[in-house]
Design a protein around this ligand. Structure first.
Ligand code: SAH
Length: 406
């Protein structure tokens, strides 16, 4: 009897409804859309989807433990995923970010998951450190291959592995991988310093939120800088003071960072110090307030600002929290407006994927209307170029810039 060294390729057949979706390039195949498979699949192995005529439809990463059972890597013509294919897949993402001027900016997202053809995987760069963040355990068996690819192509000084909370146990128990592990290069004692539009910032790559910094607000921070001259600025949910440092460079008289976290405010202070050589930053008065934002805004009736940034964490982490989140955004904007001077600028942003941009803008505009004040809309914003939206579920960020009519 002949013995096979490796099991036959994992083959899936899917429901009639799922086929056209996959053909159009939607990157997720849910477990309940699978009609048939030739054998149980293993975490991270490649599985091929066949259509009703038994033709190749797509290939992806299999995960037996996730409701998103297959994350597509390729759909269309049959394709072997060899080293050349993987190198080309990386190259495609890199080329899409060719526009950054490294003299000014050394922090950006190289790979934004599904939208760049790397489902559940994010790669950010902070100066010469790469942060590889995995949102699915299906990449774990391939980590060595990816590490080698990144090392050869990008020649980083260091690669840090970050793991979303839901895969940390599997990573530890089955692959001996932990969140914050250094995959390449020297250990890190503290944050990594990088450049954004000529300003220096810390990224807390080992343990910080996301991959250590909110790269996605880069363009909005620039917009705030341009609007900030001579203004007193409130940066609510400031985190490490990103918006504030830009506002200060833009000539703000004073900026107040408001955040619940002492840790975030300490980083904001250091980020100001890092940019001390910029004269307008030195001239700007910088205040730190550690408080719950809704409470502080409700309590400090006399505080007045000419420009207010409201950038809360995701107020809806799950679909069922959507309605509550919209009420919270409405309330937040109402509270913000009560502190905004006549003719002032309000910047409101949402990073919740469960709240659509239309719903968010409506909530903000309703609050404005109810305050009985007239604002001009300066701009509505979405994703920056290094966070492309390749499919609907990838869209989460929206912002609106309003200025009161005098
Ligand atoms: N605007 C930031 C990112 C904000 S992240 C930037 O551009 O970098 C959200 C921040 O809100 C975190 O720093 C978190 O500590 C803070 N936060 C969360 N809940 C809060 C609350 N209820 N009141 C005040 N700050 C809060």
């Amino acid at each position: 009897m002949r013995r096979c060294a490796s099991p036959p390729r994992l083959r899936l057949r899917v429901t009639a409804a799922a086929e056209p979706r996959l053909r159009r390039g939607h990157p997720w195949l849910f477990a309940d859309s699978i009609r048939e498979q030739n054998r149980p699949g293993e975490l991270g192995e490649l599985a091929v989807v066949y259509d009703r005529q038994d033709r190749f439809l797509a290939i992806g990463l299999y995960d037996p433990d996730s409701p998103i059972r297959l994350r597509l890597l390729h759909a269309g013509k049959p394709q072997e995923l060899d080293d050349t294919w993987w190198a080309a897949r990386l190259e495609r993402a890199l080329q899409a970010r060719a526009g950054f001027d490294e003299q000014q900016t050394t922090g950006w997202r190289w790979i934004y998951g599904e939208s760049d053809g790397w489902p559940g995987l994010v790669l950010d760069r902070y100066n010469r450190t790469l942060v590889l963040k995995l949102y699915t355990a299906a990449w774990l068996p391939r980590l060595e291959q990816i590490r080698a690819l990144l090392r050869t192509r990008l020649e980083p000084e260091r690669i840090v592995l970050r793991l979303s909370r839901n895969i940390q146990a599997a990573a530890r128990d089955r692959f001996s991988r932990v969140d914050g592990q250094i995959l390449l290069g020297e250990p890190l004692a503290g944050p990594v310093i990088f450049l954004e539009n000529g300003l220096q910032f810390e990224a807390e790559v080992l343990r910080g939120q996301k991959t250590g910094f909110f790269l996605d607000q880069r363009d909005n921070r620039r917009r705030v800088e341009v609007l900030a001259a001579d203004k007193r600025v409130l940066n609510a949910f400031s985190f490490s003071g990103g918006f504030s440092v830009y506002a200060a460079r833009g000539g703000a008289q004073a900026v107040t960072d408001l955040d619940l976290s002492a840790h975030a405010l300490a980083a904001a202070q250091r980020n100001f110090a890092l940019n001390e050589t910029v004269p307008s930053l030195r001239a700007c008065q910088h205040e730190l307030v550690q408080a719950e934002a809704f409470e502080w805004l409700s309590g400090n009736a006399d505080a007045r600002f000419d420009l207010i940034v409201l950038d809360p964490p995701s107020l809806a982490r799950r679909e069922v929290e959507r309605a509550g989140a919209l009420r919270a955004y409405h309330r937040l904007v109402s509270l913000g407006l009560s502190h905004l001077t006549r003719g002032g600028v309000l910047v409101a942003s949402s990073c919740s994927a469960h709240v659509t941009s239309t719903e968010f803008f409506d909530a903000v505009l309703r609050a404005v209307e109810q305050a009985g004040r007239k604002f001009d809309e300066l701009e509505r914003t979405g994703h920056p170029a290094d966070h492309p939206v390749g499919f609907a579920e990838a869209a989460y960020l929206k912002g609106i810039f309003l200025r009161e009519r005098r």
